[in-house]
Design a protein around this ligand. Sequence first.
Ligand code: NAD
Length: 339
Amino acid sequence: MSQTRILVTGGAGFIGSHYVRTLLGPQGPGDVSVTVLDAFTYAANPASLDEVQDHPGFRLVVGDICDARLVDGLMAEHDHVVHFAAESHVDRSLVDAGDFVRTNVLGTQVLLDAALRHGVGTFVHVSTDEVYGSIPTGSCTEEQPLDPNSPYAASKAASDLLALVYHRSHGLDVRVTRCSNNYGHHQYPEKIIPLFVTRLLDGHKVPLYGDGLHVRDWLHVDDHVRAVELVRTRGRAGEVYNIGGGSELTNRQLTQLLLDACGADWDRVEYVTDRKGHDRRYSVDWTKARTELGYTPRRTLAEGLAETVAWYREHRAWWQNARTAPAPAAAATAGTAPC
Ligand code: NAD
């Protein structure tokens, strides 16, 4: 049986590592090999790939997606690309947008150029609902014009459009996903759920932005990676697929659930000055993914959150080491190259 060789960028991060563990796990398709290309920024954790380390179809390359020579060599050896690598935290982009433009925009262009040169079969670009900006009511379809409100979202919008243009201009088989907020285990503790859970477990207070009435649609990472795989295997070239979780909550409602799960009260919550340009509400219409690909989220928020909190409770070493874990020895590092 010939194997599909998949290059997964950002495969040591939260969603990318879930995708890799799923592909190479017992429920995976069985006919794929996976190369992870990851620069091991602060957001990556080598331990997230422990489960697949000895899989015969797994290979790790420590390197930067902006390194054109490295990317070119890898692209020649792969049939598909699933591109997760990004600077992903909005707050950091408000402090310094440089790495966001470099990795998210220029890095994506380096990958697309190499994919085009080597005639890669399919390029799945993982984008975000944040590219649409805030929507007070209703949900954004894939036709909604992009209207980002943070440097992070703008860099993702730029890379999302760049990816689509490589289909329109060059005919590259690019497929774009725009998903809502992911949650689950193995997420670096800076975004709201792992940040609040780890702080509560440590007996600290948690910071809630503004009035806490910002609305997000929570998507379990298992559902997200299943949707990405549906897009890779059944999606159409040049198409965008929204992926939602069907669990809309205000941040206050989410905080209540996390306090309950951790056995804490509202006296552990500190209201802090709102984030600059904080989008009030995101919501995507994922009818297209449902009707074309058969996607439906399977995880309920209650079950998924309980599992997530239990995981952080039981895996202290993973998150306590997260900030200090060294990158694995470079398997094929060509050095970090500026784009
Ligand atoms: P993450 O921050 O956990 O992981 C990002 C990974 O990319 C890390 O392993 C990091 O080392 C790697 N990386 C960063 N810069 C790199 C570079 N220059 N070269 C190679 N690797 C590099 O992010 P995540 O939450 O797993 O998100 C994955 C993708 O999904 C991103 O593209 C993000 O924009 C998108 N997304 C995430 C969410 C969410 O809720 N987490 C929601 C919508 C979209």
